[in-house]
Design a protein around this ligand. Structure first.
Ligand code: SAM
Length: 330
Protein backbone atom coordinates (compact mmCIF):
# COMPACT_ATOMS: atom_id res chain seq x y z
CA UNK A 1 0.00 0.00 0.00
CA UNK A 2 1.53 3.27 -1.03
CA UNK A 3 0.47 5.96 1.38
CA UNK A 4 1.52 8.87 -0.75
CA UNK A 5 -1.44 8.57 -3.11
CA UNK A 6 -4.00 9.96 -0.62
CA UNK A 7 -6.93 7.72 -1.46
CA UNK A 8 -8.41 6.79 1.91
CA UNK A 9 -10.13 3.44 1.99
CA UNK A 10 -8.59 2.20 -1.23
CA UNK A 11 -5.81 -0.34 -1.06
CA UNK A 12 -2.90 0.99 -3.08
CA UNK A 13 -0.03 -0.72 -4.78
CA UNK A 14 2.66 -2.44 -2.80
CA UNK A 15 5.61 -0.30 -3.67
CA UNK A 16 7.23 3.03 -3.21
CA UNK A 17 7.47 5.88 -5.61
CA UNK A 18 9.10 9.26 -5.65
CA UNK A 19 6.70 12.03 -4.93
CA UNK A 20 5.86 13.81 -8.22
CA UNK A 21 6.40 17.31 -6.83
CA UNK A 22 9.60 16.90 -4.82
CA UNK A 23 11.25 14.35 -7.09
CA UNK A 24 12.19 12.26 -4.06
CA UNK A 25 11.25 12.36 -0.41
CA UNK A 26 13.91 13.03 2.21
CA UNK A 27 13.00 9.86 4.05
CA UNK A 28 11.65 6.61 2.71
CA UNK A 29 9.98 4.16 5.09
CA UNK A 30 8.96 0.62 4.10
CA UNK A 31 6.69 -1.15 6.57
CA UNK A 32 6.30 -4.93 6.28
CA UNK A 33 3.29 -6.45 8.03
CA UNK A 34 0.59 -9.09 7.70
CA UNK A 35 -1.99 -6.38 8.46
CA UNK A 36 -1.39 -3.53 5.94
CA UNK A 37 -4.78 -2.02 6.78
CA UNK A 38 -3.47 -1.19 10.25
CA UNK A 39 -1.49 1.71 8.76
CA UNK A 40 -4.44 3.68 7.35
CA UNK A 41 -3.95 5.89 10.42
CA UNK A 42 -0.80 7.32 8.82
CA UNK A 43 -2.98 9.19 6.33
CA UNK A 44 -4.36 11.31 9.16
CA UNK A 45 -3.21 14.71 10.45
CA UNK A 46 0.42 15.89 10.36
CA UNK A 47 1.93 12.64 9.08
CA UNK A 48 -0.73 12.39 6.35
CA UNK A 49 0.12 15.94 5.29
CA UNK A 50 3.86 15.19 5.32
CA UNK A 51 3.21 12.21 3.04
CA UNK A 52 1.05 14.33 0.73
CA UNK A 53 3.77 17.01 0.54
CA UNK A 54 6.39 14.40 -0.23
CA UNK A 55 8.43 15.06 2.93
CA UNK A 56 8.30 11.33 3.61
CA UNK A 57 7.41 8.38 1.39
CA UNK A 58 5.84 5.50 3.25
CA UNK A 59 5.02 2.16 1.63
CA UNK A 60 3.23 -0.64 3.43
CA UNK A 61 3.92 -4.17 2.18
CA UNK A 62 1.98 -7.36 2.91
CA UNK A 63 4.48 -9.98 4.09
CA UNK A 64 2.22 -12.71 2.68
CA UNK A 65 3.11 -11.51 -0.81
CA UNK A 66 6.49 -13.16 -0.19
CA UNK A 67 4.95 -16.47 0.97
CA UNK A 68 4.49 -18.95 -1.86
CA UNK A 69 2.33 -21.82 -0.62
CA UNK A 70 -1.38 -21.75 -1.45
CA UNK A 71 -2.23 -20.48 2.05
CA UNK A 72 0.50 -17.80 2.06
CA UNK A 73 1.77 -19.21 5.33
CA UNK A 74 4.07 -16.96 7.37
CA UNK A 75 4.27 -18.88 10.67
CA UNK A 76 5.26 -22.28 11.97
CA UNK A 77 5.62 -24.14 15.29
CA UNK A 78 8.60 -23.18 17.44
CA UNK A 79 11.60 -25.47 17.58
CA UNK A 80 12.08 -26.67 21.14
CA UNK A 81 8.34 -26.68 21.78
CA UNK A 82 6.34 -24.14 23.73
CA UNK A 83 3.19 -22.19 23.07
CA UNK A 84 2.39 -20.09 20.03
CA UNK A 85 3.90 -19.85 16.58
CA UNK A 86 7.00 -18.19 15.17
CA UNK A 87 7.23 -16.16 11.95
CA UNK A 88 9.04 -18.14 9.26
CA UNK A 89 12.35 -16.72 8.00
CA UNK A 90 11.83 -17.26 4.25
CA UNK A 91 9.16 -14.58 3.57
CA UNK A 92 11.10 -12.08 5.69
CA UNK A 93 14.33 -12.84 3.83
CA UNK A 94 12.64 -12.27 0.48
CA UNK A 95 11.00 -9.09 1.72
CA UNK A 96 14.38 -7.70 2.81
CA UNK A 97 15.97 -8.71 -0.50
CA UNK A 98 13.21 -6.90 -2.40
CA UNK A 99 13.31 -3.76 -0.30
CA UNK A 100 17.04 -3.44 0.37
CA UNK A 101 18.59 -5.46 -2.43
CA UNK A 102 20.00 -8.97 -2.03
CA UNK A 103 23.17 -9.45 0.02
CA UNK A 104 26.38 -9.15 -1.98
CA UNK A 105 27.43 -12.48 -3.41
CA UNK A 106 24.19 -14.26 -2.56
CA UNK A 107 22.38 -13.62 -5.82
CA UNK A 108 24.21 -13.31 -9.13
CA UNK A 109 23.60 -10.30 -11.33
CA UNK A 110 24.31 -6.62 -11.59
CA UNK A 111 23.78 -4.53 -8.46
CA UNK A 112 20.48 -2.66 -8.38
CA UNK A 113 20.70 0.97 -9.45
CA UNK A 114 18.50 3.69 -8.01
CA UNK A 115 15.24 4.08 -9.86
CA UNK A 116 15.97 1.20 -12.20
CA UNK A 117 13.08 -1.23 -12.69
CA UNK A 118 13.89 -4.26 -10.61
CA UNK A 119 16.24 -2.40 -8.31
CA UNK A 120 16.57 -4.50 -5.22
CA UNK A 121 14.29 -7.18 -6.57
CA UNK A 122 16.21 -9.90 -8.35
CA UNK A 123 13.80 -12.43 -6.88
CA UNK A 124 10.93 -10.40 -8.20
CA UNK A 125 9.33 -13.24 -10.08
CA UNK A 126 8.64 -15.04 -6.82
CA UNK A 127 7.53 -12.18 -4.65
CA UNK A 128 5.16 -9.31 -5.28
CA UNK A 129 7.46 -7.89 -7.95
CA UNK A 130 10.18 -5.30 -8.05
CA UNK A 131 9.86 -2.37 -5.73
CA UNK A 132 10.13 0.75 -7.88
CA UNK A 133 12.82 3.13 -6.77
CA UNK A 134 13.92 0.93 -3.92
CA UNK A 135 17.50 2.08 -4.35
CA UNK A 136 16.74 5.80 -4.57
CA UNK A 137 16.52 7.16 -1.12
CA UNK A 138 17.73 10.74 -1.07
CA UNK A 139 18.68 13.47 -3.46
CA UNK A 140 19.39 12.84 -7.11
CA UNK A 141 19.23 9.39 -8.60
CA UNK A 142 22.98 9.56 -9.24
CA UNK A 143 23.83 9.18 -5.55
CA UNK A 144 24.72 5.73 -4.28
CA UNK A 145 21.89 4.18 -2.32
CA UNK A 146 22.29 4.40 1.44
CA UNK A 147 22.02 1.13 3.33
CA UNK A 148 18.66 1.02 5.04
CA UNK A 149 18.17 0.71 8.76
CA UNK A 150 15.99 -2.22 9.77
CA UNK A 151 13.78 -1.44 12.76
CA UNK A 152 12.40 -4.51 14.52
CA UNK A 153 9.86 -3.65 17.21
CA UNK A 154 10.08 -6.19 20.03
CA UNK A 155 9.49 -6.09 23.79
CA UNK A 156 13.01 -7.50 24.17
CA UNK A 157 14.59 -4.54 22.32
CA UNK A 158 16.29 -1.44 23.66
CA UNK A 159 13.89 1.29 24.78
CA UNK A 160 12.74 3.59 21.97
CA UNK A 161 13.54 7.19 22.92
CA UNK A 162 13.23 10.70 21.52
CA UNK A 163 16.98 10.68 20.88
CA UNK A 164 16.62 7.50 18.82
CA UNK A 165 13.68 9.02 16.93
CA UNK A 166 15.83 12.07 16.11
CA UNK A 167 18.70 9.89 14.95
CA UNK A 168 16.45 7.79 12.71
CA UNK A 169 14.75 10.93 11.32
CA UNK A 170 18.16 11.93 9.97
CA UNK A 171 18.42 8.72 7.95
CA UNK A 172 17.37 8.09 4.39
CA UNK A 173 15.70 4.69 4.33
CA UNK A 174 14.04 2.75 7.12
CA UNK A 175 12.46 -0.69 6.93
CA UNK A 176 10.10 -1.61 9.76
CA UNK A 177 9.46 -5.32 10.34
CA UNK A 178 6.22 -5.95 12.22
CA UNK A 179 6.30 -9.24 14.10
CA UNK A 180 3.29 -11.28 15.20
CA UNK A 181 2.80 -14.47 17.21
CA UNK A 182 5.89 -15.19 19.35
CA UNK A 183 8.06 -13.05 17.09
CA UNK A 184 10.24 -13.49 14.00
CA UNK A 185 12.75 -16.35 13.56
CA UNK A 186 16.00 -14.94 14.98
CA UNK A 187 18.00 -15.74 11.86
CA UNK A 188 16.21 -12.93 10.02
CA UNK A 189 17.97 -10.18 11.99
CA UNK A 190 21.25 -12.10 11.61
CA UNK A 191 20.66 -12.21 7.82
CA UNK A 192 19.89 -8.48 7.75
CA UNK A 193 22.89 -7.45 9.88
CA UNK A 194 25.26 -8.50 7.10
CA UNK A 195 24.22 -5.48 5.03
CA UNK A 196 22.27 -3.04 7.16
CA UNK A 197 22.02 -1.66 10.66
CA UNK A 198 19.42 -3.50 12.71
CA UNK A 199 17.68 -1.75 15.62
CA UNK A 200 15.59 -3.98 17.87
CA UNK A 201 13.44 -1.53 19.82
CA UNK A 202 10.80 -1.73 22.51
CA UNK A 203 8.17 0.96 22.97
CA UNK A 204 7.62 -0.01 26.61
CA UNK A 205 7.63 -2.71 29.22
CA UNK A 206 4.46 -4.46 28.15
CA UNK A 207 3.56 -6.96 25.44
CA UNK A 208 1.41 -6.02 22.44
CA UNK A 209 -0.41 -8.42 20.12
CA UNK A 210 1.85 -7.43 17.26
CA UNK A 211 4.47 -5.03 15.95
CA UNK A 212 1.95 -2.83 14.10
CA UNK A 213 0.94 -0.53 16.98
CA UNK A 214 4.62 -0.23 17.93
CA UNK A 215 5.52 0.58 14.31
CA UNK A 216 2.86 3.31 14.24
CA UNK A 217 4.33 4.84 17.38
CA UNK A 218 7.89 4.66 16.05
CA UNK A 219 7.04 6.00 12.58
CA UNK A 220 4.94 8.83 14.05
CA UNK A 221 7.72 9.91 16.44
CA UNK A 222 10.30 9.85 13.63
CA UNK A 223 8.18 11.66 11.02
CA UNK A 224 7.15 14.33 13.50
CA UNK A 225 10.81 15.41 13.64
CA UNK A 226 11.26 15.79 9.88
CA UNK A 227 11.77 19.40 8.77
CA UNK A 228 8.48 21.14 8.09
CA UNK A 229 6.21 18.54 9.69
CA UNK A 230 5.48 20.54 12.84
CA UNK A 231 3.81 23.90 12.30
CA UNK A 232 6.06 25.61 14.83
CA UNK A 233 9.65 24.63 14.10
CA UNK A 234 10.65 25.16 17.71
CA UNK A 235 8.02 23.02 19.34
CA UNK A 236 9.93 19.71 19.21
CA UNK A 237 12.76 21.30 21.20
CA UNK A 238 10.28 22.69 23.73
CA UNK A 239 8.53 19.34 24.14
CA UNK A 240 9.28 16.69 26.71
CA UNK A 241 12.81 15.24 26.26
CA UNK A 242 13.92 18.44 24.45
CA UNK A 243 14.65 17.16 20.95
CA UNK A 244 17.91 18.58 19.60
CA UNK A 245 19.14 19.76 23.01
CA UNK A 246 16.12 21.99 23.65
CA UNK A 247 15.19 23.49 27.03
CA UNK A 248 13.35 20.30 28.04
CA UNK A 249 16.46 18.16 27.53
CA UNK A 250 16.26 15.27 29.99
CA UNK A 251 12.94 16.54 31.37
CA UNK A 252 9.25 16.00 30.84
CA UNK A 253 7.19 19.08 30.13
CA UNK A 254 5.14 20.75 32.85
CA UNK A 255 1.45 21.77 32.71
CA UNK A 256 0.01 23.85 29.85
CA UNK A 257 -3.04 26.15 29.78
CA UNK A 258 -5.27 28.05 27.35
CA UNK A 259 -8.36 30.30 27.52
CA UNK A 260 -10.50 30.91 29.54
CA UNK A 261 -8.38 32.47 32.29
CA UNK A 262 -10.66 30.98 34.93
CA UNK A 263 -12.48 27.69 34.44
CA UNK A 264 -14.62 25.98 37.11
CA UNK A 265 -13.06 28.36 39.63
CA UNK A 266 -9.51 27.38 38.64
CA UNK A 267 -7.30 30.26 37.48
CA UNK A 268 -4.39 30.00 35.10
CA UNK A 269 -1.07 30.67 36.95
CA UNK A 270 -0.61 34.45 37.03
CA UNK A 271 2.96 34.33 35.68
CA UNK A 272 1.68 33.03 32.34
CA UNK A 273 -0.39 36.21 31.93
CA UNK A 274 2.45 38.52 32.98
CA UNK A 275 4.11 38.96 29.61
CA UNK A 276 7.48 38.53 31.39
CA UNK A 277 9.17 36.01 29.10
CA UNK A 278 12.08 35.38 31.46
CA UNK A 279 9.77 34.68 34.38
CA UNK A 280 7.59 32.42 32.20
CA UNK A 281 10.62 30.42 31.02
CA UNK A 282 11.81 30.01 34.61
CA UNK A 283 8.34 28.93 35.79
CA UNK A 284 8.12 26.39 32.97
CA UNK A 285 11.50 24.95 33.87
CA UNK A 286 10.58 24.74 37.57
CA UNK A 287 7.39 22.89 36.66
CA UNK A 288 9.24 20.55 34.33
CA UNK A 289 11.82 19.75 37.03
CA UNK A 290 9.09 19.07 39.60
CA UNK A 291 7.07 16.88 37.26
CA UNK A 292 10.16 14.97 36.14
CA UNK A 293 11.13 14.34 39.77
CA UNK A 294 7.60 13.17 40.56
CA UNK A 295 6.72 11.09 37.47
CA UNK A 296 10.12 10.12 36.11
CA UNK A 297 12.62 9.77 38.95
CA UNK A 298 14.75 7.67 36.57
CA UNK A 299 15.21 10.75 34.36
CA UNK A 300 15.70 13.14 37.27
CA UNK A 301 18.43 10.89 38.63
CA UNK A 302 20.30 11.14 35.31
CA UNK A 303 20.28 14.95 34.99
CA UNK A 304 23.92 16.03 34.64
CA UNK A 305 25.08 18.55 37.24
CA UNK A 306 26.56 20.65 34.43
CA UNK A 307 23.05 21.20 32.99
CA UNK A 308 21.64 22.55 36.28
CA UNK A 309 21.78 26.10 37.62
CA UNK A 310 21.35 27.12 41.26
CA UNK A 311 17.57 27.47 40.95
CA UNK A 312 17.30 24.05 39.24
CA UNK A 313 19.18 22.51 42.18
CA UNK A 314 16.88 24.26 44.65
CA UNK A 315 13.75 22.93 42.88
CA UNK A 316 15.17 19.43 42.63
CA UNK A 317 16.25 19.43 46.28
CA UNK A 318 12.71 20.44 47.31
CA UNK A 319 11.46 17.50 45.23
CA UNK A 320 13.87 15.13 46.97
CA UNK A 321 16.74 15.10 44.47
CA UNK A 322 20.27 16.28 45.16
CA UNK A 323 21.88 18.25 42.36
CA UNK A 324 23.60 16.25 39.67
CA UNK A 325 21.33 13.31 39.82
CA UNK A 326 21.73 11.90 43.32
CA UNK A 327 18.31 10.76 44.48
CA UNK A 328 18.03 11.61 48.17
CA UNK A 329 14.37 10.67 48.60
CA UNK A 330 13.86 7.48 46.59
N1 SAM B 1 7.25 -13.61 22.62
C1 SAM B 1 7.58 -12.23 22.61
C2 SAM B 1 8.27 -11.85 23.92
O1 SAM B 1 7.86 -12.37 24.96
O2 SAM B 1 9.18 -10.99 23.91
C3 SAM B 1 6.34 -11.37 22.46
C4 SAM B 1 5.78 -11.40 21.08
S1 SAM B 1 4.46 -10.25 20.88
C5 SAM B 1 3.07 -11.23 21.35
C6 SAM B 1 4.28 -10.16 19.13
C7 SAM B 1 4.96 -8.99 18.48
O3 SAM B 1 4.45 -7.78 19.02
C8 SAM B 1 6.44 -8.87 18.66
O4 SAM B 1 7.15 -9.68 17.77
C9 SAM B 1 6.68 -7.40 18.40
O5 SAM B 1 6.72 -7.15 17.02
C10 SAM B 1 5.42 -6.76 18.96
N2 SAM B 1 5.56 -6.18 20.29
C11 SAM B 1 4.95 -6.60 21.40
N3 SAM B 1 5.26 -5.83 22.46
C12 SAM B 1 6.09 -4.88 21.99
C13 SAM B 1 6.76 -3.78 22.62
N4 SAM B 1 6.63 -3.53 23.92
N5 SAM B 1 7.55 -3.00 21.85
C14 SAM B 1 7.68 -3.25 20.54
N6 SAM B 1 7.07 -4.28 19.90
C15 SAM B 1 6.28 -5.09 20.62
Amino acid sequence: MRLSDRQPGRPALAGWARHPRTGGAALRIDIVTIFPEFFAALRVSLIGKAIARGDVAIAVHDLRAWAHDPHRTVDDAPFGGGPGMVMKPEPWGEALDALAGPPAGLVAGAPARPGQPGAGGSRAGRGPGPVPGSGAVRGSGAEPAAAPVLIVPTPSGVPFTQAMAAELAGGAHLIVACGRYEGIDSRVTEYARARMTVREVSIGDYVLTGGEPAALVIVDAICRLLPGVLGNACSAADDSFGAGGGPMSGLVEGPVYTRPRVWHGMAVPAVLLSGDHGAIARWRRDQALRRTARNRPDLAARLPASALDARDREVLAAAGFAAGGEDVAH
